[in-house]
Structures are given as C-alpha cells and as structure tokens.
Write a protein that binds this ligand. Structure first.
Ligand SMILES: C[S@@+](CC[C@H](N)C(=O)[O-])C[C@H]1O[C@@H](n2cnc3c(N)ncnc32)[C@H](O)[C@@H]1O
Length: 286
C-alpha cells in the first residue's frame, strides 16, 4: 500500500510496527485511519493522506472498532478540508452533510451514510458486484442485515428484480431510504425496519430465489431457520467469520451439517491476524 510506504519514509523505520499495523479505508470523501500513534505522527499521516488523495474532504480516526447489534464503529475527526466540489455533485437537498457523513460511489451507485451511526465497508464492493452479476432478470431476492442498502442497491441498479431488505438499525434504514432516492430506485426495493429473526418467522420466504446474509457475526444464528423455510434450489449467500486453520474443511462441514450444495467459497476480508470474513454461496437441495 502506497500510504504505508510513504509513511515509513516520513516517520522513519523506528515507527515501522505502528505503520504496518495501521488500518486505512476511504469511504466517499472520508479517509479513515486506525492507528496506535502519537497525535504528532497522526497529524503527519493526515497531511500525507491529503497529499496522496487530494479529493479527500475529511480525515477521521477510528477510535472504537465495530460493536453491538448495529455493528457500528466510533470515529473522531482529525482534519477537514473544503468539500464544495464533492458536495456540488449531489442533489441540492442532500448537500448539507456533517463531517461524519459522506456519499460513497461504487459500481454506478451512490451510498449516503454516517460513519458513526451505521456499518459500511467499501472493502465489500467486490462482493456486491460478484453477487449482482449472478442475478438473473425477474428474480425475487431477500437481503437480510441490509445496512444502508449497498447489496440491494447494486443489484436493483443493474438487474430488473424484486427485492425485500431487512435492517434493524433505524439510522441505517433512514439512509437506505435516501439511497433508494439517490439511485432513482423508488418502488424497486421494499425496506423492512425489523429484526431479521422476527421477519423470518412472520414471512413466507419460499418465494425467494436468492437470500443474501451479509452479516458475519449474526448470519450464523439464522442460517438454519432460513434454510428450513427457503424453497428447494434457493441460493443463499452466507457470510461468517472463520479461523485460518478451519478454512480447508469449510465446504465439507457446511454440506454435511446443512445438507446443501456449496457452489462457491472465498475469503472476503480479514479481521485481525488469524480471523477472516468468509463467504459461501450454497444451494438448498432436499
Ligand atoms: C455487518 S453489517 C452489514 C450491513 C450491510 N449488509 C453492508 O454490507 O453494508 C450488519 C447489519 O445487520 C444489522 N443487524 C444486526 N442484527 C440484526 C437483526 N437481528 N435484524 C436486522 N438487522 C440486523 C446491523 O444493524 C447492521 O446494519
């Protein structure tokens, strides 16, 4: 990563450990760093980020990792810059963003969000495209744990389908409605502000050809119930956390435990040194 190379030149090799452990992500025009270092070094890194990414409008530091049912992290702002050019690309009624809010661009879609109030990761962009490319015209799709809507929106933007999306965080649901508007998808996605467990219990889910569960911490709680109620041949995109040493046995274990056919599997990100976010695409077979 260019930032780490340049940071090493700037701060010197005695800071190598903290630079190598540094996390970095760009969401919209906000650059987020996660680093254990002094204020002075942090400010130097902020200046470096602005130099390497001139269109950045805000630099934030992650001060608490994702937690709680809403999977939200805490950030503090360490630098702000002129955002006029960025904001002018948005509809007039959406330009009044706080320093914690931004709009992320991905696969021809726009996602408005607040980095402290909702979960969002730009690093899942590949997954959204991968799944959207598999979807066929006319499918009926459920996106559980939908957040501000990125999976549902990327699919609905590119394929004529029907989507139900379920999310419990009221703030995420508010941004989801704004994002439906921002992406001109009104009427294409039904948003349910509800607990996934209750929603599965109270709804017939046989009609879905595809059920997406992009929540590695919570999806395992509901997989069995989803599989019990889904129709035969339904495809489930299931995200979960896994330890490195368990990866080689995943396919066999899932097929045996749930009686499904695993169609595809991949590491979809890392969390810590030995834990990964993993995705399995599976088909329900009787
Ligand atoms: C890891 S985030 C993923 C959000 C979104 N899928 C994305 O990729 O941006 C998990 C989401 O599930 C929501 N969530 C957690 N438990 C839930 C539940 N029982 N019912 C509905 N939503 C839930 C959280 O509020 C959060 O927005």
């Amino acid at each position: 990563m260019r930032l780490k190379e340049e940071a090493l030149k700037l701060l010197g090799s005695e800071k190598k450990e903290s630079i190598e452990g540094m996390g970095f992500e760009i969401i919209g025009d906000i650059a987020i760093i996660e680093a254990k270092m002094s204020e002075e070094d942090l400010n130097k890194i902020a200046n470096l980020i602005k130099k390497l990414h001139p269109s950045i409008g805000v630099i934030a530091r992650k001060i608490e990792d994702v937690q709680g049912i809403y999977r939200t992290a805490k950030h503090e702002i360490i630098a702000t810059y002129d955002r006029t050019e960025f904001l002018n690309k948005l509809p007039k009624n959406m330009r009044n963003l706080s320093s914690y809010e931004t709009v992320h661009y991905e696969h021809g879609c726009r996602f408005m969000l607040n980095i402290n109030e909702v979960y969002f990761s730009s690093k899942l962009g590949f997954e959204r495209k991968r799944i959207a490319e598999q979807v066929k015209e006319g499918e009926n799709i459920a996106v559980l744990f939908a957040g501000v809507g990125p999976f549902a929106i990327v699919i609905a933007k590119h394929k004529p389908v029907e989507i139900d999306a379920v999310e419990i965080n009221e703030k995420a649901v508010e941004y989801f409605y704004k994002n439906v508007q921002l992406n001109k998808l009104k009427g294409k996605i039904a948003i349910h502000h509800e607990d996934v467990g209750k929603w599965i219990k109270n709804n017939s889910i046989e009609k879905y050809s595809r059920i997406i569960m992009p929540a590695p911490k919570d999806a395992p709680t509901y997989l069995e119930e989803v599989l019990n109620k889904a129709s035969n041949n339904a495809i489930i995109h299931y995200y979960f956390f896994v330890k490195k040493e368990d990866i080689p046995n995943i396919r066999e274990e899932i097929e045996e435990k749930y009686g499904v056919k695993v169609l595809y599997e991949r590491v979809a990100g890392s969390v810590g040194t030995n834990t990964f976010r993993y995705v399995v695409d599976m088909k329900k077979i009787i």
